[in-house]
Ligand binder design. Structure first.
Ligand code: S3P
Length: 171
């Protein structure tokens, strides 16, 4: 058994779907953003104020820490985590990686004004369009499985994620 890893842009549903999958699989749910903040020992905004690269270093540590856990977990990554080829390699090695894909318009509707997400400040739709285009190759390279999430409920998406990763993630 391996970790179930969720990747995708901000608003893809990595948190809500990840929590639902963890509940159904009776696994621990690990949020990489939260773990990065815990490792850093200071709030997200504080870390980000030192530069995105500082956050990315803690994010890399959080991924290494999460995949090293002995019990298979459900791991929700931040949207930019798999831009780094080393993170992609580590996550694929230790987990089945599922890309929760959605149109930028769907993502924008879910994230609202982008509060708490510095990369979306000012123009969430425009930023999500740019990030979607720039990151699609990284998500594609990271993913074993792609699940489209437009106009679908958390329950419905979780059902597909668990079904399509079943061989690797169910006891
Ligand atoms: C980021 C996504 C965020 C968080 C940070 C950077 C990104 O996580 O890691 O703001 O680069 O896409 P969520 O995708 O969980 O919002």
């Amino acid at each position: 058994m391996v970790h179930l890893v969720l990747v995708g842009l901000m608003g893809a549903g990595k948190t809500s779907v990840g929590q639902e999958c963890a509940r159904r699989l009776r696994r621990l749910w690990i949020d990489i953003d939260e773990l990065a903040v815990a490792i850093a020992g200071r709030p997200f905004d504080d870390i980000w104020a030192d530069g995105e690269h500082v956050f990315r270093a803690f994010e890399r540590q959080a991924i290494a820490d999460a995949v090293a856990r002995p019990h298979p977990a459900v791991i929700s990554c931040g949207g930019g985590a798999v831009v780094d080829p080393d993170n992609r390699r580590v996550l694929r090695e230790h987990g089945i990686v599922v890309w929760l894909r959605a149109n930028p318009e769907t993502l924008a509707a879910r994230v609202g004004d982008g509060e708490g997400r510095p990369l979306l400040a000012g123009d969430p739709v425009g930023a999500l369009r740019r990030l979607a285009a720039a990151r699609a190759p990284a998500y594609e390279a990271a993913a074993h499985v792609v699940v489209d999430t437009d106009e679908r409920s958390v329950d419905d998406i979780a059902t597909e994620v668990v079904r399509r990763s079943a061989a690797e993630v169910t006891p």
